[in-house]
Design a binder for this molecule. Sequence first.
Ligand code: DX5
Ligand code: ZN
Length: 230
Amino acid sequence: MTGTSAKALLGGVHVAPSILSADFGRLREQVGEVLAAGAKVIHVDVMDGHFVPPITVGPLAVSALREQVEVAGAMLDVHLMIERPEQKVSDFLAAGAHSITFHQEATPQVAYTAQIVRDAGACVGVALNPATPVDALADAASMNDLALCMTVNPGWGGQRFIATSPAKVARLCALVGESVTVEVDGGIDPTTAPSCRRSGARLFVAGAAIFATADPAEAYRAIAESVKAL
Ligand code: DX5
Ligand code: ZN
């Protein structure tokens, strides 16, 4: 998948299963289940033990999933919760990331980091922690493909959705305009996703609500259904 087709995909409304809550011993099998159910965006959470306390996966996980995801016509949406992302984005691009989203709080070099991703032909996103005002993106957002509004504090799956998030999503959508896809991440399930959709979000990351269930395919479909006709 090229950056152009990833950008086209991001123009739609999608649920992005987050592998953070998957069984890593059966990773390809679990990703296969949600791809078969129709998922077109697979979300990979990268944590460095500094920007957020846990350590998760690196470029090897991206390259391990690349072929399977591309064969399904889907994309890998890499969410970097790491300090100084400008030092690492090239590794994730080489591994096959179709979009890379890094945190505004993690670097003083937001525009430079975004440019590295863009020059490689991938989609670029900037993420905001719950305590970061949307205005932090005022001067850069319209140049990006994605704006990620964290709807929990980053670092862990299975947390409770922050209730004030839909209002923030609405402010973010107004700021970035239609050409930028607003993504929400954290505590997303069939009850919380619709309020974010009504506020203008188009990409819905869900980890525990999909992979911490007995039937990830069915759980994926339930969230997709909840945002479909809104
Ligand atoms: C949290 C990660 C999320 C996480 C969401 O810091 O960025 O992508 O997987 O998990 P749930 O959907 O379980 O809140
Ligand atoms: Zn994430």
